[in-house]
Design a protein around this ligand. Structure first.
Ligand code: NAP
Length: 329
């Protein structure tokens, strides 16, 4: 079993089976489940925030956050074991967010999204929610100065779980028209069909779909917000999902992906054209901070808001990603 104080340690399903519950009552552990998950900086972010909070709230002293590499077929039993071993909260990352094993725990709002990234222990059960949309909205506002209540048109590339969280959040905030593009036409068609079920009843705007290979950039609003929610850009050397030279000077660009090595191809190309552009690191921090507040909300005498811990989380993430100086959040 790896050293529990090593934030880079990656645990397995077998480690969980032999996980020792030493303390009386429920040991305050948290976990992220993914496959692969080694690249995740969530343990660094959460353990730094917990250490900082423990100075004021000693009841958080022993809390630790661990990462587990779990295969999809191991997920149902992993969730059961995490309950038995007294874990208080779980994050889900690729490919588990849309797995039926976690969707079974989704609260009403999250059911609509069909993507869960946070499980909170509720007695013998889990309650599933999704903090990605919240993280996106916070970062968008702070990193790009965009307020969706002003009704900007949004263009979203990708139709996976992250795209769904982002679109719902944009609609709920009051964005204007939505364009959505994807590589695989069948999945794009499914998304279009889901859209009317997902959108808030009050939202009047419609959705227009496009092929990712042929984006109708000339039809997009001058001040559109263009969002990459595809996985294209995750690998270093990946090309930009969009030819940025087709965009007008007032377009703003948000890439959900962030890189250890610096800007993604999309963000680098946008900045080279002097467009406002942000990557996904701010979103990662805000969604993580939101999840942590949900897990410790039930503790008596502790009241924290995401903004109380975001800078500590950002410093820890930048330290691990070797981004110097750490970014402000
Ligand atoms: P997902 O459910 O697997 O969806 C992936 C999407 O990317 C699909 O629309 C897929 O299109 C598209 N795609 C994959 N490879 C592509 C390629 N080579 N060219 C064009 N499109 C491609 O993943 P997800 O959970 O939605 O995550 C999407 C991205 O958002 C990931 O990169 C993830 O790291 C990032 N993310 C970041 C944060 C954050 O906090 N910053 C949070 C959540 C997610 P097809 O339908 O054609 O396969």
């Amino acid at each position: 079993m790896p050293n529990p104080l090593d934030d880079r340690a990656v645990y397995t399903f077998d480690d969980l089976k032999s996980w020792e519950v030493k303390r009386p009552g429920l040991p305050p552990s948290l976990a992220v489940l993914g496959h692969p998950v080694a690249h995740s900086v969530s343990p660094q972010m959460h353990n730094a925030a917990l250490a900082e909070l423990a100075k004021k709230y000693p009841q958080l002293k022993d809390w630790r956050y661990f990462k587990f590499d779990v295969f999809p077929e191991q997920l149902p039993l992993t969730l059961e074991l995490l309950q038995q071993k007294g874990f208080r909260g779980v994050n889900l990352t690729v490919p588990h967010k849309t797995d039926s094993a976690v969707l079974a725990f989704a609260d009403l709002h999250t059911k609509k999204l069909q993507a869960v990234n946070t499980l909170v222990r509720e007695g013998q059960n889990w309650l599933g929610s999704n903090s990605d949309g919240y993280g996106f909205i916070q970062s968008l506002h702070r990193d790009l100065g965009v307020n969706l209540r002003d009704g900007p048109e949004i263009v979203i590339m990708g139709v996976g779980g992250a795209a769904r969280s982002v679109v719902i959040a944009c609609l709920e905030e009051g964005c204007g028209k939505v364009w959505v593009g994807n590589r695989t036409p069948e999945k794009l068609q499914n998304f279009v069909e889901q859209f009317n079920r997902m959108k808030p009843a009050s939202h009047l705007h419609t959705l227009e779909a496009f092929k990712l290979a042929a984006p109708p950039t000339e039809k997009w609003a001058k001040n559109a917000l263009v969002i990459n929610a595809t996985s294209l850009g995750l690998q270093s050397g990946d090309p930009s999902p969009l030819n940025v030279s087709l965009l007008g000077p007032q377009v703003k660009v948000f890439d959900l992906i962030y890189h250890r090595q610096g800007a993604t191809a999309l963000v680098a190309a946008a900045r080279a054209r002097k467009l406002s552009a942000a990557d996904g690191l701010g979103m990662l921090i805000w969604q993580g901070a939101k999840s942590l507040t949900l897990w410790i909300k039930a503790l008596e005498g502790i009241e924290i808001k995401p903004e109380d811990i975001t800078q500590t989380m950002m410093n820890a993430a930048c330290g691990e990603l070797a981004i110097s100086p750490p970014r402000n959040v």
